[in-house]
Each structure stands twice: as structure tokens, then as C-alpha cells.
Ligand binder design. Structure first.
Ligand code: NAD
Length: 321
């Protein structure tokens, strides 16, 4: 079995190869060649932790496995990341363990790749202003991946906790883009692409604030009850997701579905756009919204990439179980 460390993942998994892996697995899911299995997520009654599994099988690429981990709120005090995860891959022909791969960096890079895939396929080609709603750990990964998809001229951002805004300013500076903190009204009026990546349980951005033609990548809502944008805004947009079942139950679309504003059938897997089965954006004034809920197959895709790249670079340890 290969063992691939977090440090090695950072060396071998780049934004570019993660993008290709995520775009490919979204396409395989939409073509029915890859499927996610039901998610398990439990409060374990220890260290206030939420623990779970996300698993799946990508028949097209021969990738079988699971990501296990969750959220340990007390970790930061111990100098550890609160979100912890590890990916296990198995040989789909024999069930033998194939690799154990650190999942923390991979989670951030695959989540950023998902919104980048949506931007590449759905945002207006002439998008110039990137809007960031959220300034936590994930936001820097998101901004870097998005910046590669269009010729953005500037970044604007809003965050509930203004003391976190320097992260956005520093990331924009690293990308050579000017950054300005703005009100939500300005964010919606000026941004051509908006990424939402917060832990909010209430709508932050409202229907009336977003201009025609905007592409939204809503990436923070991955649990029942979370919400980043107004259900009316969801209902007004052309909707895309990684997986329809998750979008309607734990993703950003859950509230519009529950209120009867939209139906599951209104949500298209973004992989169908990648596969050329759906046209994606059809006019410049259309608001497109990608509901990135985060699926196990994304984790498996980047873990398989990490395992193969680490093996061929001689960076993976090998053990016999
Ligand atoms: P973080 O803790 O580093 O940052 C949290 C962000 O949310 C900050 O911008 C903070 O200001 C904001 N925030 C916190 N409480 C809020 C509230 N009540 N209202 C509005 N904003 C609030 O977290 P992170 O690692 O950057 O992750 C951000 C979110 O993305 C989390 O909700 C996480 O579960 C989610 N996530 C989703 C995926 C996916 O695949 N879709 C993957 C990873 C993380």
C-alpha cells in the first residue's frame, strides 16, 4: 500500500492537474460512469467532533475508495487544522488497499478546482471583476484557482468578520490583482463572478443585489441548514451542481427546493456541460449558479492523482498490510 503525506500532496498536486481530475470526474458522474455512495456524518460525542465518510466508485477511471474525517473544533488550540481528513483507495478488482493519502490539502485544492470548472464552463468570457464572499482558509485556494479562468482585472470582497479580509488582500496581491473590500450592494453590482465560501446559516447575498450576467459559485453550503444566498436568487438563476441529490438536500439549492421555488429537475450536473450534453450559459444576461456541495468522488480523483504522481516521483512510502 502506498502512503502519501500531506507534504507530498502539496508537491505533486497542482491547480492544473487537480482541475483536469475534477473536470474529468464531473464528466464521468454526469455520464453515469461514476457514482457517490450515501454520506455518513455523525456527532461522535467526543471533542465536540463531527465525523464521517464520503465514498464512491469511478468505474471509468478505476478509482474506488473513501474519504474519512470531519471537524474537530478544538484542534486550532492544539496547533492543528480543525478540518481533518484522510483518503483510502482500494483496488477495484481485488478490494486490496492501494493507498492512504493525506486529505487536508486535497480538500482545499479539489474544492477550488470545482468552482474553477464552473467558472470555465459557465461564466461570461468577458468577466473582469471577481467577487469574494468569505475570507476563511478556503478563500485563498478559491481565488487562486478562479483567477486562472478569466482575465480578471480586480478583486472585490466582503466578509462578516472584517479582521479576516487581509487574507483576500494578500492573495490578490500574490496574483498581481488590486483588491478592495466593498459592501454587499457593491459586490453584487460590480462582480461578474462571485464565489461564496462561508459557514453561514442565513442568506447573505440577496436577489436584488446581483446584476444580470453574473456567475455565482456557491461553495460554502455543504450541510443541512447552511445558506449563503437568498432562495429567490437561486430560483432566478440557471442552476448547476456537482451532484443533484446533494444540491437539493444539503447544498445551496436545499432552501429553494424546500420552499417549492424550484424542482430538482431544474438543477443540471455541471458534468453535462463538460460533456456537451447541456449548452451551459445561453445568453449574456443570464445569471448562472453552481452549487458546489463537495462529493467523495472529487476527493478520490485528486487522491488517485496524488498516489500515482507520488509513486512515479519516488515520493510515496510503501508498506505491506
Ligand atoms: P473558515 O472557518 O476558515 O472560514 C469561515 C468563513 O465563514 C469566514 O469567512 C467567516 O468569516 C465566515 N463565517 C463564519 N460564520 C459566519 C456566519 N454566521 N455568517 C457569515 N459568514 C460566516 O472555513 P473554511 O475552511 O474557509 O470553509 C468555509 C466553508 O466552506 C465552510 O462552511 C466549509 O464547511 C465549506 N467547505 C465546503 C466544501 C465543499 O466541497 N463545498 C469544501 C470545504 C469546505
Amino acid at each position: 500500500m502506498l502512503v502519501v503525506s500531506e507534504e507530498t500532496c502539496r508537491k505533486v498536486v497542482t491547480r492544473e492537474n487537480a482541475f483536469t481530475a475534477i473536470e474529468g470526474v464531473f464528466a464521468a458522474m454526469a455520464a453515469g460512469e461514476a457514482c457517490n455512495f450515501p454520506v455518513i456524518r455523525e456527532a461522535i460525542g467526543n471533542a465536540d467532533a463531527l465525523y464521517g465518510f464520503k465514498s464512491g466508485f469511478d468505474r471509468k477511471n478505476g478509482v474506488l475508495g473513501l474519504k474519512s474525517g470531519g471537524y474537530w473544533p478544538g484542534n486550532e488550540k492544539r496547533g492543528l487544522t480543525n478540518h481533518q481528513s484522510t483518503v483510502f483507495l482500494f483496488d477495484p478488482d481485488t478490494g486490496r488497499p492501494h493507498a492512504m493519502v493525506g486529505g487536508n490539502y486535497l480538500t482545499a485544492i479539489r474544492t477550488a478546482a470545482a468552482s474553477a470548472v464552473s467558472i470555465r464552463h459557465l461564466a461570461r468570457k468577458d468577466a473582469k471583476v471577481l467577487g469574494m464572499l468569505g475570507a476563511g482558509f478556503q478563500s485563498a485556494f478559491q481565488m487562486r484557482a478562479a483567477a486562472e479562468q478569466r482575465d480578471f482585472e480586480r478583486v472585490i470582497g466582503w466578509n462578516l468578520h472584517p479582521e479576516m479580509l487581509p487574507r483576500l488582500a494578500e492573495t490578490a496581491a500574490e496574483l498581481g490583482l488590486p483588491f478592495e473590500p466593498v459592501s454587499l450592494d457593491r459586490l453584487g453590482a460590480e462582480a461578474d463572478v462571485i464565489i461564496t465560501i462561508t459557514s453561514s446559516f442565513e442568506p447573505i447575498l440577496m436577489r436584488g443585489q446581483v446584476k444580470p450576467g453574473t456567475h455565482l459559485a456557491c461553495m460554502g453550503t455543504d450541510t443541512k441548514g447552511k445558506q449563503e444566498v437568498d432562495a429567490e436568487l437561486v430560483a432566478a438563476a440557471t442552476l448547476f451542481t456537482d451532484e443533484v441529490a446533494q444540491s437539493a438536500s444539503i447544498g445551496e439549492c436545499q432552501h429553494a427546493v424546500a420552499q417549492g421555488l424550484i424542482d430538482k429537475a431544474d438543477i443540471t450536473p455541471v458534468g453535462a456541460v463538460v460533456n456537451g450534453k447541456h449548452p451551459g450559459r445561453t445568453h449574456d444576461d443570464e445569471i448562472t449558479l453552481f452549487d458546489g456541495t463537495g462529493v467523495g468522488l472529487q476527493d478520490l480523483a485528486v487522491a488517485a492523482l496524488a498516489a500515482e504522481a507520488a509513486r512515479s516521483a519516488g515520493l510515496a512510502a510503501e508498506i505491506d498490510l
